[in-house]
Write a protein that binds this ligand. Structure first.
Ligand code: SF4
Length: 234
């Protein structure tokens, strides 16, 4: 991130409530705490602001914002998202413990590579929404990092893999193999990219091929686009 943050602070892009639009908990109302800063540069990134900008906030102010939203909107879950929240894992741990003390279910949305930092916080997290990034979209192979990450997340994890009309079957197959090594029962979401720039989602026939490859090794495969983008909400 190139920036030293005091331990009692975190660099946050935004805090808001919305309906979860991705993965296993799609449709659930949640508080979202979006950490600023990311260590990857995915071609489809829908949160460029989270990668660049952010405001240094005292943890006390973030706690206060979470508590206020929980009290006024009766939300039962909080998602720590980004950017990449594990880049600020000390602050994340403190905030996750606070959320648990309020009785909230704690979700972590992550690029699924920072396995050492995950080990520090996993005790305070209930659900890990882990991406498996394909080299064709993230620009680098992260298989070894993903493998260690999924081992550390254990049964708390579900997986999302973003596919485009150009995603190679070989890369997708490798992601499926990695997921199956973690568990044949791990929920696996094939997420067609939300159109952006020159990136387009795969057509129906190609999606069927992805589904077929995934379901040969995995028991819980779903195709789900980003619903919040379809709804035009945050
Ligand atoms: S990991 Fe997420 S926030 Fe970071 S560049 Fe990729 S899509 Fe964007």
């Amino acid at each position: 991130m190139g920036r030293i943050v005091k331990l009692s602070k975190a660099v946050i892009a935004e805090i808001f409530t919305s309906i979860q639009g991705e993965g296993l908990y799609a449709g659930q109302k949640q508080v979202f705490v979006r950490f600023a800063g990311c260590d990857l540069g995915c071609s489809y990134c829908d949160e460029p602001a989270a990668k660049r900008a952010g405001k240094e906030l005292p943890l006390s102010a973030i706690r206060k914002a979470i508590r206020k939203m929980v009290l006024t909107e009766r939300v039962r879950a909080v998602s720590f998202t980004g950017g990449e929240p594990l880049l600020q894992h000390s602050a994340l741990l403190k905030l996750a413990l606070y959320a648990k003390s309020l009785g909230l279910e704690v979700h972590l949305e992550t690029n699924g590579t920072r396995y050492k930092e995950l080990a520090e916080v996993i005790g305070a997290v209930d659900v890990v929404a882990a991406d498996i990034k394909l080299p064709g979209t993230s620009g680098k192979a992260l298989w070894a990092e993903h493998k260690k990450f999924l081992a550390s997340a254990g049964s708390k994890a579900f997986i999302k893999t973003v596919v485009t009309s150009e995603t190679s079957l070989a890369e997708f197959r490798k992601a499926v193999e990695l997921a199956a090594e973690a568990s044949a029962f791990i929920p696996f979401f094939i997420q067609p990219v939300t159109p952006t720039g020159r990136l387009k989602p795969p057509g129906r026939a190609r999606l069927d091929v992805f589904y077929q490859i995934a379901s040969e090794k995995l028991k819980a495969v779903r195709v789900l686009p980003q619903l919040h983008k379809l709804w035009k909400i945050k």
